[in-house]
Design a protein around this ligand. Sequence first.
Ligand code: NDP
Length: 248
Amino acid sequence: AARPLAGRVALVTGASSGIGEATAVALAGAGAAVAIGARRTDRLDALAARLRDAGSAVLQLPLDVTDEQACAGAVARTRQELGGLDVLVNNAGVMLLGTIAGADPEDWRRMIQTNVMGVMYMTHAAIDGMVEQGSGDIVNMSSVAGRQARKGAGVYNASKWAVNAFSESLRQEVTGRGVRISLVEPGAVTTELTSHITQPEAKAASEKMHAGMRALHADDIARAVVYVASQPPHVAVNEVLVRPTDQE
Ligand code: NDP
């Protein structure tokens, strides 16, 4: 079917740029009504206008995923205003690469609070309703960094390792009740992600790594999310690892 997600409702966190924005566009293109959450509401305004112009139902959610109450509120508003929640894409994240020695622990707090606690708060808010309705997808944006630890990425690695462990545990908990938990694990994707790195050497190394290859486009990952969410009810795509062909 051309619109495999017609009649479904999706919520994408971190939809103001990069992979999250592309995922919201792709899910809407597949027919879903889409709730878009992030902190930069001006970006959400622009995306919402684009999606509405294309005929999609959209809900803008000012959202900081490090705020537990805000996560609960975002899920509740989605259910009230879009009529349900079928696909939650936990995509919001930060990658503050750097050595462990000499790091600013504030970088670590931001990564753990966003990449780990954010996924947990959003999942906590969404999971009961999905179990009650006997269906639903939670797609967690992990990374190659959740499978391969490297020097200079320790706490980012730890955050994505946590996402993978949390996802697998939850998968076992709810799979018999019709709810699917999936991991999408991108390699290098050209987005704003590296722009927030605070250690100058780590930022330069990361930008050099991206520039030295044909990196993925955000839409390459968005297609993987649509693939995961479009499967028939008996098929659970648990994990999708997508690297640029050029990435070691
Ligand atoms: P971007 O920086 O372009 O996007 C990150 C998104 O997360 C933004 O929309 C940002 O919105 C949002 N975000 C950050 N902090 C918060 C917060 N506290 N609350 C709500 N939203 C937040 O990067 P990407 O698109 O590349 O990253 C998306 C995900 O993909 C991340 O989880 C990242 O770890 C993962 N990933 C990316 C890879 C890459 O190479 N780019 C590779 C592997 C994984 P705002 O600032 O408006 O709140």
